[in-house]
Design a protein around this ligand. Structure first.
Ligand code: PEP
Ligand code: MG
Length: 866
């Protein structure tokens, strides 16, 4: 290490092997990072570093390394050193808006450079006049891996000469096994795309995700064209179809692993992904069909369209065709370039947060297809091709809204040039993102303002962002020509208490705007031109249902007991602290399932023991004395977390998921268990283990938990339960019950594994019914096994929230039902209307039936819905 550099640094320290010494890349006075006039830098968002106010328009390399990234506009460059430090040098503030004006890069991306080499020449006068500030920044982009242990004091520094910063790798950033730090390498691999659709969006998104785990930049080349792995739109626009041979090129420390990971992802056909059928167009669930009751059937004079119930309820109102009214923002900016640029950043960040919540909510409900759609939207939203194009337009004086709309439309046009019908779906995704961002920029769709009172909104299909802006007080029902009962729009409607009918068909378009209609979603009917009597009936039915809902809410804080005094705990399935509060508000008796994998889903690093403890403690505190059943990490199969790249598997649903993950990453489970046993008060938490197959697994995990509790000096026992979601666990329930304190049946997976029907496969959605007698027999077996040893059984799969399933589950001996927080009042009310003895008898009858439809019919006949 070069000792000559020490004396000029503040807090000079003895540099050690592996430390990185950076000389100043610019000439001028040093500015502390905190004084850099841009919070993005001064608050350390780009990493630790230092500012310089340049007096000379020459930027030189502060160290030896490779040019990892050179901004297209020439205003910033990132070098990667052999030790792995990523050093960003950014000239001026908001200089991206200069659109390259005044900057002359002297190197190319990928070049090997030496300390002092000229990287960028820039015109000081131009930058000084046009940029917000000339103050430039040297920041360590991977500050999580390097500490700045010494920095230059106040005063002038000279480019290529004066020492500026000394970086020391953090202890956790392990050197290679031979003790040397890995060197930057390049790797290439050619692959021929074998599966239908070629390079399509989801593999592209997965590949982009896989690369994040590695320290490398990767691009895909096809013929003359290339695209960075970060740009899904760019990858799609390559137009590499089935049979095309592409080349994957990586550069950086982990180039080879990154290239391998990308190739794996591009070649892997995930379940349900063949041909990438639009996930929104689920076939309507047949079970929603029901005949109209005499009380609410439309009169003979009224004409009726039939659809599928997506959200129950009865409504009378005026039909309004929502249309896809365009939002047209003004072309020219009203604020400064930086104000427009910041407005766009803010809107994009807000949309990302919205989408993140949508992904969580959908994942929590087990609506994996839907979660996938929103995950894809998030990927597109941060696509650098889009964002860069919008910024370029802003720099030409366009408004943020106009720039965003144009950038999106340009990409839609690019996709349109590729002859691939699958890309039509991606174009629709881009259009949805266009609308979402424009709305958050404050532009509205004028149709929203002209709604009549009691509007029944009609559309081919609503997007979630359509619904985000609705004046919910005016909208009384939603009707869609297409769509599915599990679409996100349907979920939003259910949560907002708005009746919704889907899959009504094209005839919907023929009903003129302004027609009076009656919607009875529960019965799957839209009546238009109804008689006065139809309207009266519908209004009184609506009032009755509202009364029921209100009454359920009023009693939701009370316990749920059947008429013959069988107590049933109604708990909530949650994934966040907000959910915990919602559970308490809705009267949940506790938390029956905390899906911890969703709490940390978008983290880039696995949570520490302390982070685990704090997150669970906050939830326990919010529950104010209620118990929380906290499930250990259940990643794998359809659930992925950002911080973990799982090895590719042929059949991930049958692979390393749930507790099996501990076979390859025991550290992840250990950290979580340590955090869990530390939560106070003792007894507030019960631990639930997912995907247990047999007693050996349970005994081993229990011993681990006991050890961790012991290490902490904890003397109180901790309850450990087992998810019953694998058929073997149900069949061996009596053995498991000897070692477990309770069972919680995961009917989502138990149904999938019993019926051999992928829970993500939309075409099987209607058949993969948890009320199938085969699933019910396994529920019965689990309860019998538990009862032998005096243990209790709950259900936390979606079946627990299905009013037709509730009497049967209770009749089979289940004593806890864990459901979405908003469903707690309804399920409690349902329990209170049951007679346990009758439930027991009828549940035995159900076990002898031959199909899920027959079970549903039995339940409907004995326990009609409200
Ligand atoms: C289930 O499988 O029913 C369950 C509750 O777990 P998850 O939906 O999270 O897999
Ligand atoms: Mg499960």
């Amino acid at each position: 290490m070069e000792r000559i550099l020490e004396s000029r640094l503040m807090n000079p320290v003895e540099p050690a092997a592996g430390d990185v010494v950076l000389v100043s890349p610019l000439t001028g006075p040093v500015v502390p990072l905190a004084d850099v006039p841009d919070p993005v830098f001064s608050e350390g968002m780009f990493g630790d570093g230092i500012g310089i106010d340049p007096l000379v328009g020459r930027l030189v390399a502060p160290c030896d390394g490779i040019v990892m990234h050179l901004a297209r506009t020439g205003h910033a460059v990132t070098l990667q050193t052999a030790e792995g430090a990523q050093v960003l040098v950014h000239i001026g503030i908001d200089t991206v808006e200069l659109h390259g004006n005044g900057f002359k890069p002297k190197v190319a991306q990928g070049a090997h450079v030496h300390r002092g080499d000229l990287l960028i020449e820039f015109d000081l006068d131009v930058v000084a006049c046009e940029a917000r500030s000339l103050i430039s920044v040297v920041a360590i982009a991977n500050s999580e891996a390097f500490d700045v242990i010494s920095r230059a004091p106040a005063g002038n520094v000279e480019a290529g000469v004066t020492p500026l910063l000394v970086l020391r790798p953090r202890a956790s950033a392990e050197p290679a096994a031979d003790g040397a730090w890995p060197v930057v390498t390049e790797a290439r691999k050619s692959v021929t795309l074998a599966h239908a659709g070629g390079l399509h969006a989801r593999p592209a998104a997965r590949a982009r995700q896989a690369v994040r785990a590695f320290d490398a930049r990767v691009e895909v080349r096809f013929g003359e064209h290339k695209a960075a792995i970060e740009s899904v739109v760019g990858l799609l626009a390559l137009g590499a179809g089935e049979g095309a041979t592409i080349e994957v090129v990586g550069m950086g420390h982990d180039a080879q692993q990154a290239v391998d990971a990308v190739v794996n992802e591009l070649m892997r056909e995930a379940p349900g992904e063949t041909g990438e059928a639009p996930a929104r167009q689920l076939s309507p669930a047949p079970r929603a069909a029901a005949s109209a009751s005499p009380a609410t059937a439309a009169s003979a004079g009224a004409r009726t369209l039939v659809g599928v119930c997506a959200a129950p309820g009865v409504a009378v109102g005026t039909l309004v065709h929502w249309g896809d009214a365009e939002i047209v923002p003004p072309e020219l900016a009203s604020g400064s370039l930086s104000a427009e640029s910041r407005a766009l950043d803010k809107a994009i960040a807000a949309v990302d947060a919205e989408l993140n919540s949508a992904v969580r909510a959908a994942s929590q409900r087990g609506a994996i297809g839907e979660a996938g759609i929103f995950t894809m939207h998030r990927v597109l939203l941060e696509d650098p091709t889009l964002v860069d194009a919008a910024r370029d337009l802003i720099s030409l004086g366009k408004s943020a809204g106009f720039a965003w709309r144009e950038a999106i439309r340009a990409q839609i046009a690019v996709l349109g040039k590729v002859e691939d019908p699958l890309l039509a779906e991606r174009a629709a995704d881009l259009r949805d993102l266009e609308k979402r961002v424009l709305r958050l920029l404050g532009y509205a769709n004028t149709a929203v303002r002209t709604l009549p009172d009691e509007a029944v909104l009609a559309a081919d299909e609503f997007t979630p962002s359509d619904l985000a802006t609705l004046d919910r007080k005016r909208v009384t029902a939603l009707v869609m020509a297409r769509g599915g009962a599990t679409s996100h729009a349907a979920i939003i409607a259910r949560q907002a208490g708005i009746a919704a009918l889907v899959a009504v068909g094209d005839a919907l378009r023929t009903i003129p705007d302004g027609t009076q209609v009656v919607v009875n979603a529960g019965e799957g009917q839209l009546a238009y031109a109804p008689s006065a009597l139809d309207i009266e009936h519908a209004r009184s039915e609506r009032q009755r249902l509202e009364g029921v809902r209100e009454a359920n809410r009023r009693t939701s804080q009370e316990a749920a007991t059947t008429r013959d005094a069988r107590a049933i705990e109604v708990a909530a399935n949650i994934a966040t602290l907000d959910d915990a509060n919602a559970a308490v508000d809705n009267g949940a008796d506790g938390v029956g399932l905390l899906r911890t994998e969703l709490m940390f889903i978008h983290r880039q690093a696995a949570p520490s023991v302390e982070e685990h403890r704090q997150s669970y403690q906050a939830i326990v505190d919010a529950l104010a004395g209620r118990t929380a059943i906290i499930r250990t990490l259940d990643v794998g199969a359809d659930k992925e977390v950002d911080y973990l790249t799982l090895p590719p598997e042929q059949n991930p649903a049958l692979g390393l998921r749930g507790v099996r993950l501990a076979q390859v990453r025991p550290d992840l489970l250990d950290d979580q268990l340590r955090g869990l046993v530390a939560v106070r008060p003792a007894g507030a938490v019960r631990i639930l283990l997912p995907m247990v197959t047999d007693v050996g697994e349970l005994v081993r995990l229990r011993a681990r938990i006991d050890n961790f509790a012991c290490e902490l000096g904890r003397t109180e026992p901790i309850e450990v339960g087992v998810m019953i979601e694998v058929p073997s666990a149900a069949l061996l329930a009596d053995q498991l019950a000897q070692h477990a304190d309770f069972f919680s049946i995961g009917t989502n997976d138990l149904t999938q594994y019993t019926l051999a029907m992928d829970r993500c496969q939309p075409d099987l959605a209607a058949q993969a019914d948890g009320l199938h007698p085969a699933v019910l027999r396994l529920v019965a077996a689990a309860v019998q096994g538990a009862e032998k040893h005096g243990k209790w059984v709950g259900v936390c799969g979606a079946l627990a929230g299905d009013p037709l399933a509730v009497p049967l589950l209770v009749g089979l001996g289940v004593t806890e039902l864990s459901v979405d927080p908003v469903s707690v009042p309804t399920i409690k009310a349902r329990v209170r209307n049951l007679d346990w003895q009758q439930c027991r008898q009828r549940a035995q009858d159900a076990l002898a039936l031959e199909s899920a439809q027959a079970v549903r019919a039995l339940s409907t006949a004995v326990w009609p819905l409200d």
